[in-house]
Design a protein around this ligand. Sequence first.
Ligand SMILES: CC(C)(COP(=O)(O)OP(=O)(O)OC[C@H]1O[C@@H](n2cnc3c(N)ncnc32)[C@H](O)[C@@H]1OP(=O)(O)O)[C@@H](O)C(=O)NCCC(=O)NCCS
Length: 167
Amino acid sequence: MTMERSTSITLRPARPSDIDGIASLVNGYAAEAIMLYRSPDSVRMTLHDFVVAVGPDGSVMACGALKEYSPSLAEVASVAVARDAHGLGLGTAIVAEVEKLARKRGVDELFALTLTPKFFESAGYIVGDRALYPEKIRRDCLKCPRRIRCNEYCVVRPVQEAIAVAA
Ligand SMILES: CC(C)(COP(=O)(O)OP(=O)(O)OC[C@H]1O[C@@H](n2cnc3c(N)ncnc32)[C@H](O)[C@@H]1OP(=O)(O)O)[C@@H](O)C(=O)NCCC(=O)NCCS
């Protein structure tokens, strides 16, 4: 991380005490239609899929999750960084933690749907075609209010490539 505050920020798997902080961070962006809404209960049920960056006071400054669709395919989901911590490398660090989790679980391929493809491109992803991910379309897109006029980009990365770069 490139930030002076980095020494006081901890990246780790999410804990029950992070649930409200994660929901609040994600839902601040959901209110602006930048992200999908997550209830605290839905975060609780998938807490083992979340990673967080917490400040010295334990507050959630950033989060991200691995959303599995099959043993080999998963989405990098719910990536969010608190506004006052943008541009410091936290988003990139969260994506790298989600990739580590993917590697541990044996996932081969990662994708994300995003309004900010440049952020993912800087983390090594390439713009792809969401039609290649019918699992995502079935699970989320069909019930999304934006499905007809969706302006999100699909970005893709093989997990092996992420590991090779990190090594
Ligand atoms: C997108 C987001 C996660 C980026 O987090 P961040 O910690 O500010 O990103 P980083 O500091 O790690 O930036 C890494 C790179 O992405 C670029 N980047 C970050 N946000 C960007 C944006 N909104 N548009 C274009 N590029 C962006 C940075 O310029 C940087 O580029 P560089 O490697 O060439 O220097 C953060 O702005 C955010 O939480 N946005 C709202 C939620 C959201 O859009 N989530 C995206 C996934 S759904």
